[in-house]
Design a binder for this molecule. Structure first.
Ligand code: PRX
Length: 630
């Protein structure tokens, strides 16, 4: 695929993508292997939400990720795996080995009776087998649902039940720094309430003792190595489901965001190559987990579609010490490094002594994803890691967008700290006010929407199309609403300012306030709670919970511990509140609605600027909350 080569090239490609979107994307799609080409490029309707790309085309994404590269690249590295322990030998996986491993696992899934369209849950650590698992599903047309291996049994069960998974792929355990997490135990607990699951395939990774239910559970090592390494790729329609990935919203349970085969393939490869400007011989490293969309699009699919070589890393940035990332970059001569602002801030706080020992001169491009990057972190990254010679691509996108929508193209777009800068070709952003009126011109701020479909746009929310319509296409007429606030500067550069709905972004993880409230309310003594985000130096946002616990005899300290344990049990440690304030009431309007605006101000420490409180049912509640603020 020919990459955009200059800002003039970008401008002309962008213009073409808006004026003739179908011709533009058809040209890009010509770069892939299709079993049958499309009859038409695009059909779309944002009102009764229905979007289809490359209609009636047939393909298999794994053929494009793997087989297509084999004639030239069979012995090239697809992945280098670096374990949690720096003295443990690494693993390299060539494209040929990737092919063989994926086929063996695909055949094992077939032996469990998995067929096209079946859902398979992947609950695994950051090991190459997780990528094999995704691709093995795609090889046979099964739909993968990867669940981040930090989610609790209850969250895992909810996701398995929502899409009726037939098989779960997991491991005995996972390493996270100096901790071992027993994944199989979590799966066992979840499966007590998941009758749809007939088989569990367990990869031995930590040698942790686990219980094996012999009619259901099989060891990976007993089956996969003996399976055939040939597996014909299933012929998929462009709009057949590729995967489901659950994500939090402002209300209700997490939604299963659905992506389909053709458009997702075209867009993840196109965006990977153009944003990162990856060239043969480069070594790319994305530190995300495969449990999130970044892992799907920019560890698994985008880089493999582009035939790239990547690092997969199992550990955490601070183990055995805060030099781990930089040591790995030095060791392998990484050229492209893609991480989250929360990691940059955490490492910045620990000081330059952890950076200095390592040579970072192999680096060409730095990336940022998941949350707004504040100017200080941007500068630190630019100066100390990029040595002021590596462009920083601040990539804005979402689980629902499938790929990066607004970002500099490395070395092509002039960067500006904390700005995601310009839309990729094919992406048409628009800012609107609360009523949906377009805010034109520059130096303005509003709610970020997109007015035209791009190939990897969400297709539906699994099992509930109405919810998809209501969440993304009902707020504003004929627009996809992102849920983000955004500024456009004098040069037309975009800066994402954060969520404008009740979704928090904690360490780059998306967490709905309603979900945390419902977990807290499961504690027997809590009668009501309200959760808001507040600025946090390292995490971006922290979680502040106000809890009403009227008749409890327990101390506040004890209650806090128990409430945290409840959230850990129901969601997982990522949703653990940072601050819990026990209160006797919540500020409510006369109609009973919680005034979150006031709670946010208190959590932010802005107690002298609470705004209009005259519509409150009981203003005395606010005084008490302000006095007890943490
Ligand atoms: O608020 C935006 C923020 O993360 C949200 C999407 O979260 P998720 O679906 O989990 O996907 C994260 C990885 C793509 C967005 O609505 N966000 C993501 N990237 C950026 C960002 N905010 C500012 N700048 C970014 N580069």
């Amino acid at each position: 695929m020919k990459k955009i080569s200059s800002i003039e090239d970008y401008n002309s490609q962008y213009k073409k993508s808006v004026e003739q979107p179908e011709a533009f994307w058809a040209d890009v799609a010509e770069n892939f292997t299709w079993k049958k080409k499309w009859d038409s490029v695009l059909k779309w309707d944002f009102k009764n939400y229905d979007v289809k790309w490359f209609l009636n085309a047939k393909l298999n994404i794994t053929e494009n990720c793997i087989d297509r590269h084999l004639p030239q690249k069979a012995n090239d590295i697809a992945f280098i795996w670096e374990s949690n322990f720096e003295d443990k030998p690494n693993r390299t996986i060539t494209y040929q080995q990737l092919h063989d491993e994926v086929c063996k696992l695909a055949n094992t899934l077939k032996s469990f009776g998995v067929v096209k369209g079946d859902r398979v849950c992947i609950y695994m650590p950051m090991i190459p087998e997780s990528v094999f698992a995704m691709l093995a599903c795609a090889r046979i047309g099964a739909v993968h649902s990867v669940v981040f291996a930090g989610f609790s049994a209850s969250s895992l069960a909810g996701r398995i039940q929502d899409c009726d998974c037939k098989v779960v792929l997991t491991s005995d355990g996972a390493y996270r720094g100096d901790k071992i997490i027993n994944l199989k135990n979590v799966v066992d607990e979840a499966l007590e309430i998941c009758p749809s699951v007939k088989n569990v395939l367990v990869y031995k990774h930590t040698n942790t003792t686990v219980s094996i239910n012999s009619s259901r559970d099989k060891w990976w090592g007993d089956l996969v190595p003996n399976a055939s390494d040939k597996c014909e790729p299933e012929v998929m329609d462009s709009e057949d489901m590729l995967f489901i990935l659950y994500t939090s919203g402002s209300t209700g349970k997490p939604k299963g965001v659905v992506h389909t085969c053709g458009g997702y393939m075209v867009y993840t490869c196109y965006s990977f190559l153009n944003v990162f400007q990856y060239n043969p011989g480069d070594l790319y490293w994305c530190t995300a987990d495969v449990g999130w969309i970044t892992g799907h699009s920019y560890i698994t699919y985008g880089p493999l579609l582009a035939g790239a070589s990547s690092i997969i890393f199992e550990g955490v940035p601070t183990y055995p010490d805060a030099g781990r990332f930089w040591k790995i970059i030095d060791k392998y001569k990484v050229t492209h490094f893609y991480t989250a602002p929360t990691a940059i801030r955490a490492l910045e706080a620990l000081g330059l002594d952890f950076v200095k020992p390592y040579r970072l001169n192999s680096l060409k491009v730095l990336g940022s994803v998941g949350e707004p990057i504040n100017e200080e972190a941007w500068q630190w990254y630019n100066t100390n890691i990029g040595k002021e010679k590596c462009p920083i691509v601040d990539t804005w996108w979402q689980t629902e967008t499938g790929g990066i929508l607004i970002s500099p193209l490395a070395g092509i777009t002039k960067t500006k700290p904390s700005y995601a800068t310009l839309p990729l070709p094919g992406v048409q952003p628009i800012l609107v006010d609360e009523k949906g009126n377009e805010i034109k011109g520059n130096n303005v701020e509003g709610n970020l929407c997109i007015k035209f479909p791009w190939p990897s746009i969400i297709r539906t929310t699994y099992g509930d199309h109405e919810r998809c319509k209501q969440t993304y296409f009902a707020t504003y007429n004929n627009l996809y609403f992102t849920g983000d606030g955004c500024k456009r500067d004098e040069n037309g550069y975009y800066r994402i300012t954060g969520r404008v709905d009740d979704v928090m972004n904690v360490s780059g993880h998306r967490i709905g306030t309603a979900e945390v409230e419902s977990a807290i309310n499961a504690h027997a003594d809590v009668v009501e709670s309200a959760v808001v985000g507040y600025p946090h130096d390292i995490k971006g946002q922290g979680i502040y919970a106000y809890c009403i616990v009227p008749s409890s005899k327990k101390s506040h300290e004890e209650l806090r511990k128990e409430i945290i344990a409840e959230v850990n049990k129901i969601i997982g440690p990522i949703a653990k509140p940072d601050k819990i304030q026990i209160v006797t009431g919540l500020p409510k309007t006369r109609s009973g609605k919680i005034m979150r605006r006031i709670l946010r101000k208190v959590a932010e420490g802005e107690i002298n600027n609470l705004g209009d409180t005259s519509t409150l049912l009981d203003p005395a509640v606010v005084e008490e909350i302000v006095k007890g603020a943490l």
